[in-house]
Write a protein that binds this ligand. Structure first.
Ligand code: ADP
Ligand code: MG
Length: 698
């Protein structure tokens, strides 16, 4: 039985609607050990025939029998295996993979079969040594001469010990001296190894050393001659270790081995390293979107944490605090609020008495002894007021060094009833009364002192200008700093506490009319008899009065969260868009990489890479991009958040930003998922490339 038999093979290429017949009724039969030269003019169909024999092109009529088995009956898997094990390809243009070393170029065929690293390297080095390339194994293909490159290609073709070597114009790109070397090598392979070597050549001289010459013209065989005086080589040297003594063969179980993930990873790293600038730029692009995402999430959590700390900062369980929520009783936003107003919603007398009546009824219904009392000895309801005064209030003072200066007052609070000496930070402090104020610790350094004690007792000029009941109020008073307090809100800034009755007096004075309006409270404090009563009041408010809420701190917190949620939505949109951009970018870059590497894909297919293997190589690459982008994005985010924290702390005294490890995990996952998604299309395109056309690709 012939090793290779070609029976009535016809090959037609379709050109649009036309059909072009490249091979016409080819009948040939080849034996082991033959060295066949295929000759013919350019365009006569030589390459077409080689591609059919090599299993790269399955679209033909007629039959090709390998050891009696019809190629047409082969399933895809068997065909891949046929290319991998039975056929060794050598091309005119060498077709080495540029980003791999010489050694890796040769072992790649074994890598596709997942042969152990040590085994495949040993084998490749042995063949390369026999071909005189021992010194070159670490080099890249571009560092070799043409003859050397072709020998590497031959080593690659031999590594799997195939029975048939197909060489399409192997010497076409070589000078005459190198041509002779390569021809001798191919002759050795046929004579000593007993392989069937079929080579395409234009040179009669080349043909003259072969055992058989087949000439094709216009797709037909016009000559088929066996050389009578064919001289077999006399000295023998074995080029490759044969299957019998291969460890590969011994260790190989029934199940076929294929490209492993690790090998694919190694290939990807090689390739990505070869175009590192492109990949680094792409990783930066993806990182930026991850940074936006991580920072956005961190702002969200930082703010939530901050709000929670605010809500917990002042708590006396026996004081119930009530302020307006900014909603009406049905829970609808009150219109005409002018967005985020810095002036609080105030309570009218009538509203207060209505609340008190309702509360007392509720308390009674719930069997509580406690009643809210607004007048007299047992009065347990008191008022509070709070306003942001960052643009409206300031204090003027003489600094420690004698110079005059002023500080903005960020916020003004009336002293709540639960405020006692414990809140004060120096021993010489006391709760402020008439003509007195308390300030937050930040004033100490502002006034140029080191010791907080030194600030207490100093007289400063207090100026507040604000619009109240449509009249402009100008408070301008000399006041004494009676004490210093620590605040959790705006702790880096100056915050003022002032007695409610004193502020009321100032407001009345400042109006300068006969019928001045007193200060209306923005906050009601009820001193209860127990924590249970406080809870009862809070429950009443949360269940029945959507127009009311808890403390100023809560109000402030909700104002902040309103501000931040707008900000977060903006960031989320930006983050989302940039993730889509990143995805498209990866897709484009990988897609381009597929076109750049078309030839490489063709080579891989010609040495038996399955579609799956090609897909794996490209998918691994996109996975790597995802991982690298994730790591750099996460590191950069951490640095940026660190810097932002410092800036916020020095400006505001707190940083509404907190990273949580879950966010880093989410960013990592997103990066990997979008990269892998973006890689799917290019990878499947690469896998589907037609091997013949890929090899033709310039
Ligand atoms: P050779 O290798 O002998 O120079 P080929 O086998 O490459 O010739 O090509 C044989 C003929 O088939 C040529 O006329 C060529 O133009 C044509 N041909 C080759 N490949 C294709 C293709 N993919 N589509 C259409 N025509 C093709
Ligand atoms: Mg050709």
């Amino acid at each position: 039985m012939a090793e290779l038999e070609i029976k009535n093979v016809v090959k037609e290429y379709s050109l649009g609607k036309m059909k072009f017949r490249a091979l016409e009724d080819i009948n040939l039969s080849f034996e082991k050990g033959e060295l066949v030269s295929i000759m013919g003019e350019s365009g006569s169909g030589k390459s077409t025939l080689m591609n059919l024999i090599g299993g790269l092109d399955s679209d033909y009529q007629g039959d090709i029998l390998i050891d009696g088995k019809n190629l047409k009956d082969f399933k895809d898997k068997q065909l891949d295996d046929y290319r991998k094990k039975k056929i060794g390809f050598v091309f005119q243009s060498f077709n080495l993979i540029p980003h791999l070393s010489i050694l890796d170029n040769v072992t790649i065929a074994l890598t596709l079969s997942n042969v152990k690293e040590s085994v495949k390297n040993e084998k490749a080095i042995e063949i390369l040594t026999k071909l005189g390339l021992k010194e070159q194994i670490k080099k890249k293909p571009t560092q070799l001469s043409g003859g050397q490159k072709q020998r590497v290609a031959i080593a690659r073709a031999l590594i799997n010990d195939p029975d048939i070597i197909l060489a399409d114009e192997p010497t076409g790109a070589l000078d005459s001296q190198t041509t002779t070397q390569i021809l001798n090598l191919l002759k050795e392979i046929a004579d000593d190894e007993g392989k069937l070597v079929i080579m395409v050549t234009h040179s009669e001289k080349v043909a003259s050393i072969s055992s058989r010459v087949v000439e094709i013209s216009d797709g037909k065989i016009v000559r088929d001659e066996k050389a009578e005086n064919y001289q077999k080589r006399t000295t023998k040297r074995q080029l490759i270790i044969h299957k019998e003594d291969q460890e590969v063969a011994q260790e190989k179980p029934k199940k076929e081995k294929h490209l492993s993930f690790l090998s694919a990873l190694k290939l990807s790293i090689h390739n990505m390293w070869a175009s590192k600038v492109k990949n680094i730029l792409m990783a930066i692009g993806v990182s930026i979107s991850l940074i936006a995402l991580i920072i956005m999430l961190s702002f969200g959590s930082g703010l939530t944490g901050y709000i929670n700390s605010l809500a917990q900062s002042y708590s006396d369980p026996t004081i119930a605090t009530i302020s307006k929520s900014g909603l009406d009783r049905n829970g609808n936003e009150i219109e005409d609020q002018g967005g985020m107003s810095f002036m609080p919603d105030m309570f009218e007398e009538s509203e207060i008495s209505e609340i008190v009546t309702e509360l007392n009824t509720y308390l009674q219904q719930n069997d509580s002894e406690f009643r809210v009392i607004t007048e007299g000895e047992d009065k347990n309801l008191s008022y509070g007021y709070f306003m942001i005064t960052m643009a409206a209030g300031s204090i003027l003072y003489t600094k420690a060094d004698g110079s005059s200066a002023s500080s903005q007052i960020m916020a003004t609070y009336t002293t709540p009833p639960y405020y006692d000496e414990n809140q004060l930070i120096t021993d010489n402090s006391k709760i402020s009364g008439e003509d007195e104020i308390m300030l937050s610790r930040a004033i100490v350094s502002a006034m140029g002192y080191e010791n907080p004690e030194d600030v207490v007792g100093k007289t400063v000029k207090l100026q507040i200008n604000f619009s109240y009941n449509d009249t402009l109020i100008n408070i301008d008073k000399d006041v004494t700093i009676s004490g210093l307090v620590d605040v959790s809100v705006f702790s880096g800034m100056t915050v003022m506490y002032i007695d409610y009755d004193y502020l009321d007096k100032c407001v009345i004075e400042a109006q300068n009319t006969e019928n001045p309006t007193g200060l209306k409270p923005s906050q009601l404090y009820i001193q209860t008899d127990s924590e249970q009563t406080t809870d009862l009041i809070n429950r009443y408010i949360s269940q029945n009065r959507k127009d009311l809420t808890g403390s100023v701190e809560e109000q402030l917190a909700s104002m902040f969260s309103e501000m931040m949620s707008t900000f977060s939505v903006a960031l989320a949109i930006i983050g989302g868009i940039s993730l889509i951009v990143a995805l498209i970018m990866i897709l484009v870059v990988l897609y381009m990489s597929v076109s750049e590497r078309t030839r490489e894909i063709g080579v891989l297919k010609s040495i038996g890479a399955r579609k799956k293997d090609i897909k794996l190589i490209f998918s691994t690459e996109s996975l790597l991009i995802g991982i690298i982008s994730a790591i750099s994005g996460i590191l950069l985010s951490l640095i940026i958040i660190g810097v932002l924290t410092l800036i916020f702390n020095s400006l505001l005294g707190f940083a509404p930003i907190a990273v949580e490890w879950q966010y880093l995990l989410i960013a990592f996952a997103i990066s990997v998922v979008i990269s892998v998604l973006a890689g799917l299309y290019p990878a499947s395109k690469a896998a589907k490339l037609d091997p013949v056309e890929s090899l033709r690709h310039e």
